[in-house]
Write a protein that binds this ligand. Structure first.
Ligand SMILES: Nc1nc2c(c(=O)[nH]1)N[C@H]1C(S)=C(S)[C@@H](COP(=O)(O)OP(=O)(O)OC[C@H]3O[C@@H](n4cnc5c(=O)[nH]c(N)nc54)[C@H](O)[C@@H]3O)O[C@H]1N2
Ligand SMILES: Nc1nc2c(c(=O)[nH]1)N[C@H]1C(S)=C(S)[C@@H](COP(=O)(O)OP(=O)(O)OC[C@H]3O[C@@H](n4cnc5c(=O)[nH]c(N)nc54)[C@H](O)[C@@H]3O)O[C@H]1N2
Ligand SMILES: [Mo]
Length: 638
C-alpha cells in the first residue's frame, strides 16, 4: 500500500469515472447511513444518468421486499416492535433472534420475568440459542416451510376456522401468471382451495419433516381469533430460492386467519443490517430503484425524480442496472476485445465499494470476486475502516469515518428513522463516506462532466449557508460548517411523500428517539408517527370507518392478496457426491465477516473461528469427533 493524498485519490476516482461513466458501478450497503446512500444514489442517477448502483441488501432481504410488494403492493412491514410486548404467541419461521436480534429478543424474554405468558415457537433447520427459550421446537427440512404454510391454511379451511368476514371485506386471492410477475393474476376461492388440496398433514410431514400434531398445533393457534400472533422471520425464509413464495404465503396465512393489524397480530420480516430498510429499501439504492419506492423503469416516476432533483427531462436513465451478482460478474470478466461480438466481455471496469465486505460475503466468490485478480484495467475502490478480504484486491483504499465519528441516520425494520450527531472525530485521515461521494462529484464538475449540473446550472450538491453564500462542502475542512445530513435528508424527504412513506423534517428526528413512518403533521403542528399500517385508527391513510385499507393494493381495490404457491423441493438436494445438507447460521459474538468484532479480544476468544455441527450418527460413521478439524466441500468450493 502506497499512501497518497485525499486530493489525488478523489481526482483518480473522478478521472476513472469520466473516462467511461457507463462502466462505473457503486456497491453500497444496508450499513450506509441514509444520507450516505442518498448521496450515492443522487451522484449515480441524477448526475451520471446511470443505474449501476446496488447495496449488499440484495443478498439479504430481497425476497422480503418482493413478498411485501406481492401482498400489499408496497414494501416494508405493517407491524411494529410493540407487537412483541403484547403477542400471546411468537412464531419464528427459521430465524435465531436470541443471537441475531438479542435486544429485541430480550424484550420477549423480559415479559416472562414479569410473569406474563408468551408462547415462543421455534421452527428451523437447526437448534439455536432461541430454541432454548422456546416451548415448541419444530424441526424443518430446508424449504419445507412452503409446505407448512400451505398445510396450516388447508387445516383452517377444512375446520372453518379462518377469518371469513375479514377476507371477504379486505382480501383477494392471487395466483401465479405466465410469465411470473409480482402482480400475478386474480384467482377465486375455489382455485385457492384447490391449490391447498395436496397439503395433508401426512404430505407436509413427508416433505417438511413437521409432525402432524405440530401442524395441528399451529392450526389451533391461527384458528383462534382470541390469540394475538406475531410471526418473525429473517434469512431462513429470505435467502430461499423461493423466498418470494414463502414470504407471500406467511403474509397470506396471517390474512386468511385475520391475525393482522391489531397490536400483537403481525407478520414481520426482521431486517438484518441497521439501515437495510432506511437506506437500501427506502432510499432505493438499487439497480431499479429511485427514492421513496419509485422505480427507474416507470416513466412517471422518472419525471417525478427529475422534477425533485431539478434536472433536465431524460436525465434519469430508464435502463435497469445490473443486480449485485451480475454487477460483480461483469466486473470480474475481461473488458470486451476490439471487434468482439456485442455482449461478450465484462461491462463494468471500475467498482466503488462502501461499508461492505464483498470479498468475503458475496456468493460464489471464486468467479464473482477473486477472478478480478490479474485482470487488466479493472479498478476496485474500497472505502473501509479496517483491512478486509475486499481491500486485499483493492487498487485504491479510502479510510472512512465510522458511525460515531460522523453524523448519521438509520431506518430500521419497524419503519423507524433515527438520527444522531457525530460523537468523536475520526482518527488520522479518515473521512465520512458521504463526503467522499460529494468530493468526487465536485471533482467531476471541475473536470466538466455535464451531469454534475442541474437544470438551473447549479452543482447537484450545491449547499448554501444562512446568508446565501456557497459552503465548499467538497473541502473536508468545511464539511461540518453546515449539517450536510440535514440538507440531504430534507431534500430526500420530498420523495417519501409520494407513496405514503412520509418522513418528517430532519429537525423532528433530533427531538424524537426515532419516528416510524408514515409520519404526518397534525393540525397543531406536531408530527405523528404510525404504528400499525393499513389499520384504523393507527394509519392516517385509512379512511374513517373503513377498518382497514390496503391503499397500494395490487388488485387496485384496497385489498391485500392471499397468494397460492405450491411446494417445490430445493434446487439442490443431497446426493451421492454431496451427501449432506449445509445449513448456515450466524453467531452472537460476531458481526458478519468479523472485520470489526474479531478485533475485540473477548469476542475473539469466545468465538475464534467458524465451527460445524454434525449429526452424531454421521460423525460416528465418518470417525469425526468433537473438536476435530473438517473440510467442507460443495459444488462451488471448499
Ligand atoms: N450477532 C449478529 N447479529 C446479526 C448479524 C450478525 O452477523 N451477527 N447479522 C444481521 C443480519 S444482516 C441478518 S440478515 C440477520 C440474520 O438473522 P437470522 O436469519 O435470524 O440468522 P441466520 O443465522 O442467518 O439464520 C439462519 C437460520 O435459517 C434457518 N433456515 C435454514 N434453512 C431454512 C429453510 O429452508 N427454511 C426456513 N424457514 N429456515 C431455514 C435456520 O433455522 C437458521 O437458524 O442477523 C442480523 N444480526
Ligand atoms: N456465506 C454467506 N454469505 C452471506 C450471508 C450468509 O448468511 N452466508 N449473508 C448475507 C447477508 S444477509 C448480508 S447482510 C451480507 C453482509 O455482508 P457485508 O456487509 O459484506 O459484511 P460486514 O462484515 O458487515 O461488512 C461491512 C464492512 O463495512 C466496514 N465498515 C463499518 N463501518 C463503516 C463505515 O462507516 N464506513 C465504511 N466505508 N466502512 C465501514 C466494516 O469494517 C466491514 O468490513 O452478507 C451476505 N453474505
Ligand atoms: Mo443481512
Amino acid at each position: 500500500l502506497v499512501p497518497i493524498t485525499w486530493d489525488e485519490a478523489i481526482d483518480t476516482i473522478a478521472r476513472r469515472i469520466l473516462a467511461a461513466p457507463e462502466r462505473f458501478a457503486f456497491y453500497g450497503s444496508g450499513q450506509w447511513t441514509i444520507p450516505e446512500g442518498y448521496a450515492a444514489q443522487k451522484l449515480m442517477k441524477a448526475g451520471l444518468s446511470s443505474n449501476q448502483i446496488e447495496p449488499n441488501a440484495r443478498l439479504c432481504m430481497a425476497s422480503a421486499v418482493t413478498g411485501y410488494l406481492a401482498t400489499y403492493g408496497v414494501d416494508e412491514p405493517a407491524g411494529v416492535y410493540d407487537d412483541l410486548d403484547v403477542a400471546d404467541v411468537i412464531l419464528c419461521w427459521g430465524n435465531n433472534p436470541a443471537e441475531m436480534h438479542p435486544i429485541l429478543f430480550s424484550r420477549i424474554i423480559d415479559r416472562r420475568t414479569r410473569g406474563e405468558k408468551v408462547t415462543l415457537i421455534d421452527m428451523g433447520t437447526r437448534r439455536t440459542r432461541t430454541t432454548e427459550h422456546a416451548q415448541h421446537y419444530l424441526e424443518l427440512k430446508p424449504q419445507g416451510d412452503l409446505a407448512v404454510a400451505n398445510g396450516v391454511m388447508r387445516l383452517l379451511l377444512e375446520r372453518g376456522t379462518w377469518a371469513k368476514d375479514f377476507v371477504a371485506r379486505h382480501c383477494a386471492f392471487r395466483g401465479a401468471a405466465e410469465p411470473a410477475t409480482l402482480q400475478g393474476q386474480a384467482i377465486d376461492e375455489q382455485a385457492f382451495r384447490k391449490g391447498l388440496e395436496p397439503f395433508t398433514p401426512e404430505y407436509v410431514h413427508e416433505v417438511a419433516g413437521i409432525l402432524p400434531a405440530d401442524l395441528s398445533l399451529l392450526a389451533d393457534l391461527f384458528g383462534n381469533p382470541a390469540l394475538k400472533i406475531t410471526s418473525l422471520w429473517c434469512m431462513g425464509m429470505n435467502q430461499h430460492t423461493r423466498g418470494t413464495a414463502i414470504n407471500s404465503l406467511v403474509h397470506g396465512l396471517h390474512l386468511l386467519s385475520g391475525h393482522f393489524g391489531r397490536p400483537g397480530d403481525a407478520p414481520t420480516s426482521l431486517t438484518g443490517q441497521p439501515s437495510a430498510c432506511g437506506t437500501a429499501r427506502e432510499v432505493g439504492t438499487f439497480a431499479h430503484g429511485l427514492p421513496g419506492g419509485l422505480r427507474v423503469d416507470n416513466e412517471e416516476h422518472r419525471h417525478e425524480a427529475e422534477a425533485l432533483w431539478n434536472v433536465p427531462a431524460g436525465r434519469v436513465s430508464p435502463k435497469l442496472g445490473f443486480h449485485t451478482v451480475e454487477m460483480w460478474k461483469q466486473f470480474c470478466t475481461p473488458k470486451p476485445q476490439a471487434g468482439a461480438p456485442p455482449g461478450t466481455g465484462g461491462a463494468i471496469d471500475t467498482m466503488w465499494v462502501q461499508v461492505t465486505n464483498p470479498g468475503q460475503t458475496l456468493p460464489n466468490l471464486g468467479p464473482l470476486f477473486r477472478a478480478k485478480e490479474g485482470l487488466e484495467d479493472k479498478f476496485l475502490i474500497v472505502s473501509e475502516v479496517y483491512p478486509t478480504a475486499t481491500t486485499e484486491l483493492a487498487d485504491l483504499i479510502l479510510p472512512s469515518a465510522m458511525w460515531v465519528e460522523k453524523n448519521g441516520m438509520y431506518g430500521n425494520s419497524e419503519r423507524r428513522t433515527q438520527q444522531w450527531f457525530r460523537m468523536v472525530s475520526p482518527p488520522g485521515d479518515a473521512r465520512d463516506d458521504a463526503w467522499q461521494t460529494i468530493a468526487v462529484s465536485h471533482r467531476l464538475l471541475e473536470l466538466g462532466h455535464p451531469g454534475m449540473l442541474d437544470k438551473s446550472g447549479r452543482w447537484i450538491f450545491e449547499t448554501k449557508d444562512g446568508s446565501g453564500a456557497e459552503v465548499p462542502i467538497w473541502d473536508f475542512t468545511h464539511y461540518y460548517d453546515v449539517n450536510v445530513d440535514e440538507r440531504l435528508f430534507n431534500e430526500y424527504r420530498g420523495f417519501t411523500r409520494m407513496k405514503h412513506k412520509d418522513l418528517a423534517p430532519y429537525s423532528e428526528y433530533v427531538k424524537a428517539r426515532g419516528l416510524r413512518w408514515p409520519v404526518v403533521e397534525q393540525a397543531d403542528g406536531t408530527w405523528r408517527e404510525t404504528r400499525w399500517r393499513f389499520a384504523e385508527p393507527h394509519d392516517p391513510y385509512v379512511p374513517k370507518g373503513a377498518g382497514f385499507a390496503f391503499y397500494h393494493s395490487v388488485s387496485k381495490d384496497g385489498r391485500a392478496q392471499i397468494w397460492s404457491h405450491p411446494y417445490t423441493p430445493p434446487p439442490e438436494v443431497p446426493d451421492e457426491s454431496y451427501p449432506f445438507w449445509l445449513c448456515t447460521g450466524r453467531v452472537i459474538e460476531h458481526w458478519h465477516s468479523g472485520t470489526m468484532t474479531m478485533r475485540i479480544p473477548p469476542l475473539r476468544r469466545a468465538m475464534p473461528g467458524a465451527y460445524v455441527e454434525l449429526n452424531p450418527d454421521d460423525a460416528r460413521r465418518l470417525g469425526i469427533s468433537q473438536g476435530e478439524r473438517v473440510l467442507l466441500e460443495s459444488r462451488r468450493g471448499k
